[in-house]
Design a protein around this ligand. Sequence first.
Ligand code: ZN
Ligand code: ZN
Length: 283
Amino acid sequence: MRIGLHVRVAGGYAQAVAHAKAVGASAMQVFSTNPRSYRPSVVNASVLNDFAALRREAGIDPCVTHTPYLVNLASADEKILEGSVRLLESDLAVAALGGIRYVNTHLGSYGKRERHEGFTGICRALEGVLGGIAPGVSLVMENSAGAGALAGGTLEELGRFVKAVDHPQLGVCLDTAHAWAAGYEINTAAGVDRFVYEAAETIGLDRIALFHFNDTQVPLGGNRDRHWHIGEGNVGVEGFRALLARPELREKTAILETPGSDDDDARNMQAILTIALGVAELP
Ligand SMILES: [Zn+2]
Ligand SMILES: [Zn+2]
């Protein structure tokens, strides 16, 4: 698998790429704009070109943009829905300009809405956004930790979005911390077997574009979104080893979104690359 990490861009893209490269990443993820704001990012073609050139030089590909947390495609509130769609459109446009292959988004929460209404609302919003998508970019829906009314907490539901919208540039990102919190027991080879089998049956492995590799201290099925250091939580070394050992996932990309400082990033990348190396050396 191509393995990389989420990188802060507050210090500029050059610093972000240098950090990713320094910790051994061959892929990276960034926020396009303030993750807690509805304001779309300012598009600057020359800055995006430079960013793409830096990644090329560093051998970092693919690059992923993570949309702001405020995105809620399930909302019954017109203003929230419009704001969310605008953010997605803006991130997709930036991605197209900057050679960024994936735009990863959370789907949002059904709130007090009937689930089937919210589901239809999300499908409409996705169809609208995908109507204007440029070639070479995919929109990727991330699984949620499955709390209460959050959309996309199960593989089965993500698969229903993929089928209902039926667009070749719509894919799925599976976050290991969220999957564990949603009740998928991915801490053993047998558990990962079941998880991958179910993902293949419901979503289709060709639609799974990305993984977020995060450990977590949340109990199985605890429905809380808390990330932790690789190998130091409940998914553990065994869970990541089992995922990295799956031949049908070999062409996928995994992005770490682990907490902490640059030093923590280095330690987490070291941990996952060591596990990957161990898998590669198996007879
Ligand atoms: Zn994630
Ligand atoms: Zn998370």
